[in-house]
Design a protein around this ligand. Structure first.
Ligand SMILES: Cc1ncc(C[n+]2csc(CCOP(=O)(O)OP(=O)(O)O)c2C)c(N)n1
Length: 487
């Protein structure tokens, strides 16, 4: 094969150690290709040795498709994960051949190759199920595939810096996009002057940045260079835009060197202190397209609607004192909040790691205990009742406030295009939190119309209250959903 030095060894146990010795001599990864079944078990001793000697041994094993495993067909056994904790990374490639699986395969192989050399190197395993016919196929010429590279800031040399800066110079439309972060990163002002659009959602806690509202995303043109930092993004519209018009380069920067391929176009994981990257770009990047960057900075006025879920969230956020903590539950609450500006110094919390609805109340109450600031949680009724025990367990003080948006179930399902939610899907909920809130010692206020709103907003946002406050606002879910789809 072009560009590869190949050698055949019949005995796989011996082949494993031969590959290991070869790798040790040349200081480079060696790919060890075996068939299926016991063939790869025979490589196990060499994998163990490579693990403890930190040698980059890449084991690639052939497999049968999943439907034939354990069916008394030839050379089959459960191969994925067969080396357990001895390999740094193991993957089982999908056998199907559509576009989504092609992308999945590409990512898995990239992840394996990145782990092979990471932090001193070590063994990895790629398991490849193959469907018949197994012979007579020809992949030549090999297609060009995306390669994801890793840059470690701590060991970066001048040539590596130049490589990054050359890419930046070639790509004038640039976007730095922040996902969920515990606190605002320090972004030097020169970045904006050099034509980097800076954007983040409320969960990025970077109040000085333009907040990317889904209805304000300049969707016409994706960036050519996207640099992301932080966790999950909320806006589906933004994710779709970047997936449908993938940037030429997508770099993700993080201290742990994670490589999330959120848009299917990741080209580089940058591991290290993000500040070092921002400083490098601020000091040495060639100027980019400032008009493009400006398109991301435009502010759009908040939506104006009469009594409804989004309007209630907007009213509460507008009245929130500076330096408060805003807790947002999944799923409509965190989406509604995105449309309204945050008061200065607001810190935003949300269980957005896996978007669960089960612990938003407990997490907010846990955070607020011992915190001096005003803590406001905005939550839907299903998430609230799911976790209602929290009101009994916690010892909240007067700084804790809850805006409970009771739309009679999972209102988000009314907003999903193409879904006609049945009562079972929506989780229809006829209950009110009144009795439970009062029983647990909370001040309780219901809101049923616009007239009730001013008193409720004052109760939710005034700094002094002898008891925690729960405002339960009853809204029409279908109406809320229509607005959610428009904005
Ligand atoms: C533990 C868990 N179960 C199920 C889901 C799926 N899910 C996402 S949003 C949602 C409905 C939430 O309803 P509610 O809290 O009333 O908020 P709304 O949709 O009305 O904003 C559900 C069930 C989830 N995210 N987490």
């Amino acid at each position: 094969m072009d560009g590869m030095e190949c050698r055949e060894v019949t005995d796989e146990r011996s082949a494993g150690f031969a590959a290991l010795g070869w790798s040790s001599r040349v200081g480079e990864p060696v790919l060890l290709c075996v068939t299926s079944g016991s063939a790869l078990l025979n490589v196990h001793p060499a994998v163990a040795e490579a693990a403890y000697r930190k040698l980059p041994l890449l084991v690639v094993s052939a497999d049968r498709p999943e439907e034939w495993i354990g069916q008394q067909d030839g050379q089959t056994l459960p191969q994925p994960e067969v080396y357990g904790g001895l390999v740094r990374y193991a993957c089982h490639l999908p056998a199907a051949d559509d576009e989504a699986e092609r992308l999945h395969r590409n990512r898995l192989i990239n992840e394996a190759l990145l782990e092979l050399r990471r932090h001193g190197g070590g063994p990895v395993h790629i398991n490849i199920p193959l469907r018949e016919p197994l012979f007579g196929t020809d992949a030549a010429p090999l297609p060009t595939e995306r390669v994801i590279r890793r840059t470690e800031m701590a060991t970066m040399r001048r040539e590596d810096e130049e490589e990054l800066l050359n890419i930046v110079a070639r790509l004038p439309r640039r976007l730095i996009l922040l996902g969920q972060l515990p606190e605002a990163p320090e972004l030097p002002p020169e970045l904006a002057e050099k034509g980097f659009a800076l954007a983040g959602e409320h969960l990025s806690n970077a109040a000085s940045l333009t907040q990317t509202r889904p209805d304000a995303v300049p969707g016409a043109q994706s960036p050519q260079l996207l640099i992301t930092m932080g966790g999950c993004l909320v806006s589906k519209k933004l994710k779709n835009m970047l997936r449908q018009n993938p940037p030429e380069e997508h770099w993700h920067v993080s201290r742990d060197g994670a490589c999330p391929d959120t848009f299917g176009c990741l080209t580089r994981c940058i591991e290290g202190d993000p500040t070092e990257l921002w400083e490098l770009l601020a000091a040495f990047a060639e100027p980019g397209d400032t008009a493009y960057a400006a398109a991301w900075q435009r502010t759009v006025p908040p939506p104006q609607h009469p009594y409804c879920g989004p309007a209630l969230v907007g009213a509460a956020m507008a009245a929130l004192p500076p330096n408060s903590v805003l807790h947002l539950a999944n799923s409509s609450a965190v989406r509604y909040a995105q449309f309204f500006p945050l008061p200065p110094g607001t810190h935003v919390e949300c269980n957005r790691g896996v978007n669960g609805i089960e612990g938003s109340l407990s997490a907010a109450l846990g955070y607020a205990e011992g915190d001096e600031r005003l803590n406001l949680l905005i939550i839907g009724d299903l998430s609230f009742f799911y976790d209602m025990n929290a009101l009994w367990q916690a010892r909240p003080s007067g700084n804790m406030r809850i805006l409970l948006l009771n739309n009679g179930g999972g209102g988000i399902f009314d907003a999903l295009p193409g879904l006609q939610p049945t009562p079972a899907i929506r989780g229809n909920n006829p209950r009110s939190a009144e009795a439970w809130a009062r029983c647990c010692g909370w001040r309780y206020l219901p809101v049923r119309s616009e007239q009730d709103l001013p008193t409720a907003v004052t109760a939710l946002t005034s700094p002094c209250s002898p008891a925690p406050v729960l405002v339960e606002a009853f809204t029409d879910s279908v109406n809320d959903a229509q607005i959610l789809r428009q904005i």
